[in-house]
Ligand binder design. Structure first.
Ligand code: PEP
Ligand code: MN
Length: 263
């Protein structure tokens, strides 16, 4: 179901006023984790003014250490939904556990399945039974085939609204958090009709590399990017080192609207 052979034309997913995979580049932006309400509403309104299409923010954070900030849970979902409504933007948030499905579906427009759950087949099947767009991130060291077959698990249950997200893979390099796999962009576009978003924030882990890699991903054929943005990255409760300030998006947003595609 994921393959180009099964469907020649690109899948286009509509969320609110925004279309993903329809030719116009999509920008998803927001903090790694949802934090305080007032900050989130202000940030969302600022991002909307900059031309961002979809607001992101994690309420359930899959952190490496159990002692790191784990997210605000349902309170975070409510803040995200309020901020999206205030700014007039659809929202995306990560689902980490099938037990949270009804809460997450109540507050979000797109469900994100994170890298650590890419092969959580039970969870994939659960979201496959929903009528809800799902963005499936590539696993920490998943091959393209493993990633596409994970998407197949969702689609095989009936849900055809799947978006893929390249977020870098683990390599021997330690300078960057992950190695953003630029090859994956044109390869996945050849292999599958599904829309593809690039996440250069997790793909690099270093804020000074995020926009150059975002440009490369767009030039390689991505349908959009997801960027971690925080008003005060040094104070962020998670992933501050790879977060941009909203004003740093200005020139990038201009390039995207003027070129439609950078290739
Ligand atoms: C995220 O996007 O919030 C996230 C946790 O990313 P990943 O699953 O790619 O590590
Ligand atoms: Mn993050």
């Amino acid at each position: 179901l994921v393959s180009r052979e099964s469907k020649v034309e690109n899948t286009v997913i509509r969320v609110g006023d925004c279309t993903i995979g329809g030719g116009a580049p999509v920008v998803i932006a927001g903090p790694c984790a949802v934090e305080e309400e007032e900050m989130m509403v202000k940030l969302a309104c600022k991002l909307k003014r900059l031309g961002v299409h979809i607001l992101r923010g994690g309420a359930y954070k899959p952190r490496t250490s159990p002692y790191s900030f784990q997210g605000l849970g349902v309170a975070g979902l409510r803040i995200l939904a309020d901020a999206g409504r205030a700014a007039g933007m659809p929202v995306i948030t990560e689902l980490t556990d099938a037990a949270h499905i009804s809460d997450v579906c109540r507050y979000t427009d797109i469900i994100q399945i994170g890298s650590r759950n890419m092969q959580n087949f039970g969870l994939l099947q659960e979201v496959g039974r929903l009528k809800f767009p799902v963005m499936l991130k590539r696993g920490l060291s998943a091959t393209l085939e493993e990633w596409l077959l994970a998407a197949e698990y969702i689609m095989a249950e009936g849900n055809r609204e799947v978006i893929l997200c390249e977020r870098g893979i683990r390599s021997f390099e330690t300078y960057t958090r992950n190695t953003f796999d630029i090859n994956a962009i044109p390869a996945v576009k050849l292999l599958s009709h599904l829309p593809l978003i690039a996440d250069p924030s997790h793909g690099t882990g270093r804020r000074e590399l995020v926009l150059p890699v975002a440009r490369a991903a767009m030039a390689a054929g991505a349908d959009g990017v997801m960027l971690e943005v925080h008003p005060n990255p040094d104070q962020a409760l998670s992933d501050g080192q790879q977060s941009l300030k909203p004003e740093e998006l200005v020139s990038f947003m201009g390039e995207l609207t003027n070129n439609t595609r950078l290739h």
